[in-house]
Design a binder for this molecule. Structure first.
Ligand code: SF4
Length: 226
């Protein structure tokens, strides 16, 4: 278990995961996912310029941890995902590439590209909900119908993960599906400056200390993140 001290919460070294959404598309409409009611466009593909800039920024800040080559999408829906994983391994050889996939496009593409971990989620298994490590599915900060059964006063996600959307936007966390709390855009601002921006610092500070979600953080107030 990692112990976080309040004096360390703004150091980028505490960051564990960076997600890169190379395409914003999924072939499935799972009941617990905000994508189920959306018409996603396969053409929502991250530009090469954006992808390369992200890799170079990650390298520049000296991040070592997990790279997830997906966010709100199925990574197999990107026909270029193999090449992109190889490129991540090439530019960031000290990082671990971990993939979650529904497996509809197979898993070989990820393995062959050099992903360290490939998790195929058993969405077709009727017992999936019970067998998954979640007791309650995330309601994606109120976007889907799961009720916030557990009200938390702390959440470590703004401290541990950065999510980058296909268009370069960086939302508060992996449950901020619509980028309601936009921290910045990687095409407009350096990663380290986004990490150090006032909004991000405010969320990290209050989440680390225990916040009054109702007053300060409307998005978190709706969220059942466990
Ligand atoms: S509590 Fe807030 S920061 Fe944590 S996952 Fe939910 S919306 Fe994101």
């Amino acid at each position: 278990m990692t112990i976080l001290y309040i004096s360390d919460i703004h150091k980028i070294e505490i960051l564990k995961t960076i997600s890169i959404e190379t395409v914003f598309y999924c072939n499935r409409k799972c009941g617990w996912c905000p994508n189920k009611d959306r018409q996603l466009d396969r053409n929502n593909v991250m530009t090469e310029e954006c992808f390369e800039r992200i890799l170079s920024e990650i390298k520049e800040v000296g991040f070592t941890g997990e790279i997830h080559p997906y966010f709100r999408n199925e990574p197999g829906c990107d026909p270029e995902i193999g090449r992109k994983i190889r490129r991540i391994r090439e530019v960031l050889p000290d990082n671990v590439v971990s993939v979650n996939t529904n497996g509809d496009y197979g898993v070989d593409v990820f393995h062959e590209a050099g992903a360290h971990y490939v998790h195929k989620n058993a969405y077709d298994d009727p017992n999936f909900k019970q067998s998954a490590h979640y007791k309650v599915f995330s309601n994606r900060a109120g976007k889907v119908s799961e009720k916030p059964e557990i009200k938390r006063v702390q959440c470590s996600l703004p401290l541990l993960k950065i999510m980058i959307c296909y268009n370069g936007d960086i939302p508060l966390c992996c449950n901020d599906w619509d980028c309601e709390v936009k921290l910045g855009n990687i095409m407009e601002r350096k990663l380290i400056d986004i990490w150090n921006c006032d909004i991000y610092r405010k969320y990290r500070y209050h989440h680390a200390r225990g916040a009054d979600y109702g007053k300060h953080f409307a998005l978190c107030y709706k969220c059942n993140q466990i």
